[in-house]
Design a binder for this molecule. Structure first.
Ligand code: ADP
Ligand code: MG
Length: 707
């Protein structure tokens, strides 16, 4: 085995996982800790001391001198505050890490957004260990830190982070699934949500990045005329990965493998300089933490390769933006409930789940849309490269036909045509083989069934998975719970073993699903989501369309949505209100930063370049006229007119944007964005008139073609 292949066998070497637990803890303690992890229960305080001692030794053997509670504040990134193991005891240095230090932390952290949940002078925030996500080692060039994944709450117990609601939503879904599966005669079992998050990103040479204040400050280019060649030839997608990039990817994967993150797939994406990394799916909470580490690792490793990793949803205008496809599924007792199965009983479970998900997505499309809202994603959703801002659900032609036969058996019978098929009888009929072939997938749908999982494609590349996944779990928990309730009311579920259900049970289930489907199948759409006709059709069907963040976030302030999250114990009204406030404020701040940055670049970099070009041209014109050459003067004269009018437009654009930036009304962000767009038009047309040597910003053709 070579050094390189050995890296793969180092999988999980920097994670306090099963091997480390066995090596560093006594048999008894190891057993208790593993039970805690499996069942997601709080840690038994009596073993905390020994666990902390073991983790410290394990971490110190890997070069760690510090530890931190690692958490996901509402900023959307990860947070850490390091403490060293070093303590002075009677003047002597010793290394210490107590059980208390492991279980809770008081980082204070009063500057994180809390949306009014606590004032800085009020109670502190505290972090609590989440044993279901194992501790890991974060290395830097001359040392290492032990990271302990935690939830971050106020003393009142209200969540201040993105992990707590996710964990609660998983519990809610678990409870609903147990209720439903019990009715299907299944013994109580462990349920698990799974997530595979495909991560798209751009790479840019660091030297170019440094020269673009817009990329440095906002993560996207606010100006830039299109490159003659962009993605027209589609020659980048799945193309040969160049050596420089491949060596970057290799380093990323090695770091991820050491951290127990199963990075699996890597390839070039559609836009030039755009790539994707996909891990193998894992349990949701872990996968969500892991995606945060993936983003961190991409950024850190890029630095070592003289690159910058752009995780913004739309770094460049005119070429594709980046998303993060959230592949999600649920399993019960180790069996995937979104796998259609092979017999009528398994098919019945599958169809129930499918109908529950359709019901959930239709009823709460507004919440799903809100969960992916953000200043960056606004440039992507609905831009004919990413799913539209209207949430619909794709099931493929075969399942669509099954659903029709289930929802409207009369119609199916009446037509008596082969296409319409026979009515679908739950518990009797089996489903057709559903293709899992990737080529058969509809890539324009925001929420697509792909064989044995749903792929939520609307989340932006920089988003923390927990937001959209919290919503998805909660709305599915509600639908499953409702269907289970109806089944209970029908009093048909006996103690039947799987496969031995009575016809009465299946008939009752069939009626429940029919009613649900009739009401909610409007959300099912199998056509091309990029076509303009779909927008008209969606409107006719009454599907909500929130084109931007402020309109999407309104869902978080609806009475019925407070009730939903409260009922399933995922978020209190106050927690939801705080999120609404935080997200709106974040949006407003981001737009204002972009606006100010655009104004500054235009006035401090572009305008002086245009003036210099004008001056040079004017001098040439003057000299040419003085010496009496007639040829060339027309060209010089016309260039002066073009440059002059371009500068006038630029000045006007700067003034208008400046004025918009002074606005404080709620509509001010829309004003800022439209003024930025007008200014961009002026700047991008000047780019064509000023010599490339003088243009103060790296051009699209330079930045996008790395090699
Ligand atoms: P594509 O680009 O065609 O969508 P990929 O192979 O890039 O496919 O990504 C598919 C993702 O879905 C992977 O992360 C994979 O592990 C994940 N996945 C597969 N099965 C499940 C499942 N049951 N639950 C969650 N994710 C899954
Ligand atoms: Mg995908």
């Amino acid at each position: 085995m070579t050094e390189e292949t050995k890296a793969a066998t180092d999988f999980g070497a920097d994670v306090f996982g099963e091997d480390a637990i066995k090596t560093y803890l006594s048999k008894d303690t190891a057993k208790k800790l593993q039970a805690t992890i499996r069942e997601g229960k709080p840690l038994d305080p009596s073993i905390a001391g020994e666990v902390a001692h073991g983790i410290r030794h394990w971490a110190m053997d890997r070069g760690a001198t510090h530890y931190t509670h690692w958490f996901l504040p509402m900023t959307g990134s990860t947070a850490e505050k390091h403490d060293s193991f070093l303590e002075l005891k009677d003047g002597e240095p010793i290394m210490q890490f107590s059980g208390k230090n492991l279980i809770v932390g008081e980082p204070d952290a009063s500057s994180f957004p809390s949306g009014g949940i606590r004032s800085t002078f009020e109670a502190r925030g505290y972090t609590a260990w989440d044993p279901t996500s194992p501790a890991f080692i974060k290395r830097h060039s001359n040392g290492a830190t032990l990271c302990i994944p935690t939830a971050f709450c106020a003393y009142t117990g209200e969540s201040l982070d993105k992990k707590t609601p996710l964990l609660r939503s998983m519990q809610a879904l678990d409870k609903s699934l147990k209720r439903l599966m019990g009715l299907f005669g299944r013994d109580e079992a462990h349920s698990a949500c799974t997530l595979g998050a495909e991560q798209e990103y751009f790479l840019i040479d660091k030297e170019y990045w440094k020269k673009r204040p817009d990329l440095v400050l906002t993560g996207r280019t606010l100006f830039g005329a299109p490159s003659a060649k962009g993605q027209q030839l589609e020659d980048h997608y799945f193309g040969t990965i160049p050596d420089r990039i491949l060596s970057f990817m290799n380093d990323v994967e090695r770091e991820l493998w050491r951290l127990g993150i199963p990075a699996k797939t890597r390839h070039n994406e559609v836009a030039p300089a755009q790539f994707e990394l996909a891990p193998q799916f894992e349990e949701l909470n872990l996968a969500s933490d892991h995606n945060m580490i993936v983003m961190d690792t991409l950024r850190n490793v890029a630095e070592k390769h003289g690159l910058k990793c752009l995780l913004h949803e739309k770094p460049y205008a005119g070429v594709n933006g980046s998303g993060k496809h959230n592949n999600w599924s649920v399993s019960y007792g180790g069996k995937n409930l979104l796998d259609p199965g092979s017999n009528p009983h398994e098919n019945a479970v599958f169809l129930t789940m499918l109908c529950a998900i359709i019901e959930a997505v239709d009823k709460h499309a507004d919440l799903l849309r809100a969960s992916v809202a953000g200043a960056g994603n606004d440039h992507r959703l609905g831009a004919n490269e990413a799913p539209p801002a209207v949430i619909s659900l794709y099931v493929g032609d075969q399942l669509a036909e099954v659903l029709d036969r289930l929802a409207e058996p009369k119609k199916a019978e009446d037509k008596k045509s082969k296409a319409a098929g026979e009515p679908m009888k739950i518990g009797v009929d089996t489903l057709p083989q559903i293709p899992k072939d990737a080529t058969d997938r509809n890539r324009t749908s925001p929420f697509a069934f792909t064989g044995n999982k749903f792929e939520f494609r609307a989340p932006g590349s920089s988003v923390c998975c927990s937001g959209p996944m919290t919503v998805l779990n909660t709305i599915v928990a509600e639908a499953v719970d409702r269907i289970a309730g109806e089944l209970e009311k029908a009093k048909v579920a006996g103690k039947a073993k799987p496969g031995e259900h009575t016809a009465a049970f299946h008939n009752a289930l069939q009626k429940i699903l029919q009613t649900s489907l009739k009401e909610h199948k409007r959300v099912v759409f199998n056509g091309n989501g990029y076509e303009a006709e779909w927008m008209d059709e969606a409107k006719k069907r009454g599907l909500p369309n929130a084109p931007d963040t402020p309109s999407a976030l309104k869902a978080l302030a609806k009475k019925e949505n407070y009730a939903l999250f409260e009922k399933y114990g995922v978020m209190t009204k106050r927690e939801l209100e705080s999120r609404h406030e935080i997200f709106l404020e974040e949006y407003s701040k981001k737009v204002r930063i972009e606006g100010a940055c655009a104004r500054d670049i235009a006035s401090e970099m572009v305008l002086p370049a245009a003036k210099a070009e004008y001056l040079e041209t004017a001098k040439a014109y003057e000299i040419a006229t003085q010496v009496g050459v007639s040829c060339g003067t027309t060209a010089l004269h016309d260039s002066l007119v073009e440059l002059g009018s371009g500068m006038d437009a630029l000045k006007a654009g700067i003034a208008k944007l400046d004025e918009a930036l002074g606005g404080v009304t709620p509509a001010a962000e829309a004003d800022i964005l439209s003024s930025m767009q007008a200014l961009r038009t002026a700047v991008d047309s000047l780019e064509r008139r000023v010599s490339a040597a003088r243009w103060p910003l790296p051009k699209y053709r330079d930045m996008l073609f790395l090699y």
